[in-house]
Design a protein around this ligand. Structure first.
Ligand code: HEC
Ligand SMILES: [Cu+2]
Length: 343
C-alpha cells in the first residue's frame, strides 16, 4: 500500500465507523437493552452506564497525560543519552496501585449490591410464576397456578413481578427479552430462575440468545404485558376454550386435524389432541404471531406452514403435509383460526 492509500484508510475507516454509529442511532429498537421497560432492565442499564462512564473517565485520565508526555518530552535534536530515570519512585508506585484498587471497589460495590437485589423478586411482592421451556426452535410458557400451556406469546400482567423457572428439553437455549431483563440460560435437566417485570402494558420482543442449531435465529417470541384486568380475561379465556367448529369448513378441518394425527404432537385443550412435542394450540385464533413471529397468524401463513414447515423453519421436526389440497388446507386453517375463548 502506498503512503497516500494508507493515509486514505486512516481517514475513511473512522468516518465509516462514525457513520455506522450515527445510522444505528436512527431507528427505533424495541429489542434493545438501552430502552428499558421494567425495574430489572432499568437497574441493569444503570449499572452498565455507571461502569461505562467510569471507564470513559479512566480512558480520558490516562490519555491526557499520555499525549502531554508524548509532546512535551519527545526526542529533540541534540538530545544526548537517556532522560532522568524514575524507576522505583515510591510516590508514583503508590498512586498507580491505590487508584486502580479504588476503581475496582467503586465497581464492585454497586455490582454486588445489584446482583443481590436482582436475584429474587422484591420481598413482600406476590410474583406470578411462569415455567419457560426452550425447544428447538420455539418457546413454551406454562402457568402452573392457572393450568395454562401456550407458546410464542408470554402473557403477563404489567406492574407485577414475574418469577420465571427456565429449562430446556433438548439443547442449551438462552431466554432474552432485552427491554425487560438480561439473559438466562435454559439447560436440560436444570431449572434456572430469574424475574422480570414490565412497568406498562406493551409487546416486548424476545429472542433465544444461545446458538442452538439450524433455526436458532428464528427462535423468537413476544412478551405481551397487559393490564391486570386484561391479563385476567386472557387467563379465563385460556381456561375456557371454545373448540366447537362453527362453520362446515371448520368442521371438516377438525376432522382433518384428527385424521392426520396432528394431536400426536399438539394439544388443543378440550379435545382429544394431547401431544406435547409441539406447541399447545389452545386458542390459537387469538394469537398475533405463530412460529415465533416468523409468520403472522393469518390463514395464508398457516396454510403455508402446514404445507411446508421446512421452508420457514429449516430442520423443524414438524413434518410437511404436502399432500393436502388447497381446499383441505383452508379447512384446516379455518378450524385453527376458529380456536378462540368461549364468548
Ligand atoms: C411430529 C410432530 C408434529 C406433528 C405431527 C405436527 N406438528 Fe405442528 N408443530 C410441531 C412443532 C415442533 C412445531 C413448532 C415449530 C417451531 O416453531 O419451531 C409445530 C408448529 C405448528 C404450528 C404453529 C404453532 C405455534 O405456536 O407457532 C401449527 C399451527 C401447527 N404446527 C399445526 C399442525 C397441524 C395442523 C398438524 C397436522 C396436520 C401438525 N401441526 C402436525 C410438530 C408437529
Ligand atoms: Cu435456542
Amino acid at each position: 500500500m502506498g503512503r497516500w492509500a494508507r493515509r486514505r484508510t486512516w481517514l475513511v475507516t473512522p468516518a465509516l465507523m462514525l457513520a455506522a454509529l450515527a445510522l444505528g442511532a436512527c431507528a427505533q429498537h424495541p429489542q434493545a437493552t438501552f430502552s428499558p421497560a421494567g425495574p430489572v432492565s432499568r437497574r441493569e442499564l444503570g449499572l452498565m452506564s455507571f461502569s461505562l462512564w467510569l471507564m470513559i473517565g479512566v480512558f480520558v485520565a490516562v490519555c491526557i497525560p499520555l499525549v502531554y508526555a508524548m509532546i512535551r518530552f519527545r526526542e529533540r535534536k541534540g538530545d544526548q543519552g537517556l532522560p532522568p530515570q524514575i524507576e522505583g519512585n515510591h510516590r508514583i508506585e503508590v498512586v498507580w496501585t491505590v487508584v486502580p484498587i479504588l476503581i475496582c471497589i467503586a465497581l464492585a460495590i454497586p455490582t454486588i449490591h445489584d446482583a443481590f437485589v436482582l436475584a429474587s423478586p422484591p420481598a413482600g411482592s406476590s410474583p406470578l410464576v411462569v415455567d419457560v421451556v426452550g425447544h428447538q426452535w420455539w418457546w413454551e410458557f406454562q402457568y402452573p397456578g392457572q393450568s395454562i400451556v401456550t407458546a410464542d406469546e408470554m402473557h403477563i400482567p404489567a406492574g407485577r413481578p414475574i418469577e420465571l423457572k427456565l429449562t430446556s428439553v433438548d439443547v442449551l437455549h438462552s431466554f432474552w427479552v432485552p427491554a425487560l431483563a438480561g439473559k438466562e440460560d435454559t439447560v436440560p435437566g436444570v431449572v434456572n430462575t430469574m424475574w422480570l417485570q414490565a412497568s406498562v402494558p406493551g409487546t416486548y420482543p424476545g429472542q433465544c440468545a444461545e446458538f442452538c442449531g439450524t433455526s436458532h435465529s428464528l427462535m423468537r417470541f413476544d412478551v405481551v404485558a397487559q393490564s391486570p384486568a386484561q391479563f385476567q380475561a386472557w387467563v379465563t379465556g385460556m381456561q375456557h376454550p371454545d373448540v366447537t367448529p362453527t362453520t362446515a369448513e371448520a368442521q371438516a378441518g377438525a376432522q382433518l386435524f384428527s385424521q392426520y394425527q396432528c394431536g400426536i404432537c399438539h394439544t388443543i385443550d378440550g379435545t382429544a389432541a394431547k401431544g406435547t412435542v409441539g406447541p399447545n394450540l389452545t386458542n390459537l385464533g387469538e394469537r398475533a404471531i405463530v412460529v415465533g413471529g416468523s409468520l403472522q397468524n393469518t390463514p395464508t401463513d398457516l396454510a403455508q406452514w402446514i404445507h411446508d414447515p421446512q421452508a420457514i423453519m429449516p430442520d423443524t421436526i414438524m413434518p410437511a403435509f404436502s399432500t393436502l389440497t388447497d381446499q383441505q388446507l383452508s379447512e384446516l386453517t379455518a378450524y385453527l383460526e376458529g380456536l378462540k375463548p368461549q364468548a
